[in-house]
Ligand binder design. Structure first.
Ligand SMILES: Cc1cc2nc3c(=O)[nH]c(=O)nc-3n(C[C@H](O)[C@H](O)[C@H](O)COP(=O)(O)O)c2cc1C
Length: 208
């Protein structure tokens, strides 16, 4: 039995190419075992807490090895609940549109909420930062209107490079990626990009 947590970052519903490819992954994952199950979190439908005030103060208290105040502890609990829900999975799937060369701001907000000392990463005086989510595979599906695989455009891709760094920071090592590009091209090009991505998604979903 395996629990897949699916983080969906497109607000485009059934018009979303990244969500469409994610469905192929999920179908293959479910078909692999009747015990496999999926929790879906669409970051656009989550009521994510603002990360300011006492929540932010609490983060600095933990980073400085200090005990949080009562007000910080209360504010922090909402962060703990979301981070614990995130950690409570065996494998992960992200579907991520490129927005202005990076990720949608709601997904960044989600990452800001879950990336916390003592919850998803630790700090050691000897070795520095270390991730706490270990031994779990993650697949990220990236859709983008343009093409970023060629050397001239590669430096403009802060979508894949950022998400991989953020996931690596909290401990992920087995990070699979599926690219769907260019989604703003002619229909034939888009269809073949989606078909190829779905093939990869089926293989990865069946083996997660
Ligand atoms: C706000 C916004 C910003 C975008 N910025 C970029 C961009 O910087 N580069 C790019 O190639 N495509 C960009 N696009 C196009 C999307 O990446 C593309 O349509 C993608 O396939 C959307 O994925 P989805 O259908 O899963 O939502 C942008 C789209 C939106 C809505």
């Amino acid at each position: 039995m395996s629990h897949l947590l699916y983080i969906q970052a497109s607000p485009r519903g059934n018009r979303s190419s990244s969500s469409e490819v994610a469905e192929s992954f999920i179908d293959a994952f479910k078909a692999a075992s009747s015990d496999n199950h999926v929790t879906t979190l669409n970051v656009w439908e989550m009521n994510l807490p603002e990360f300011d005030g006492e929540r932010l103060n609490a983060k600095y208290s933990f980073l400085h090895g200090q005990n949080p105040s009562d007000a910080e502890t209360i504010a922090w609990q909402e962060i703990v609940d979301i981070a614990e829900q995130f950690k409570d999975a065996d494998c992960y799937l992200f579907s991520v549109p490129m927005w202005n060369f990076s990720i949608p701001y709601k997904l960044k907000h989600f990452i800001d909420v879950i990336t916390q000392p003592g919850l998803t990463f630790g700090v050691s005086p000897e070795t520095g930062f270390f991730g706490l989510i270990t031994g779990k595979p993650v697949t990220a599906i990236y859709s983008r209107g343009g093409e970023y695989s060629n050397p001239e455009a590669k430096g403009m891709d802060f979508q894949k490079v950022y998400l991989e760094m953020a996931l690596g920071f909290i401990g992920f090592r087995e990070i699979n990626s599926i690219l769907i590009e260019p989604t703003l091209a002619d229909p034939d090009t888009v269809n073949s990009a989606i078909t190829a991505a779905k093939q990869q998604a089926k293989v990865l979903g069946a083996n997660s």
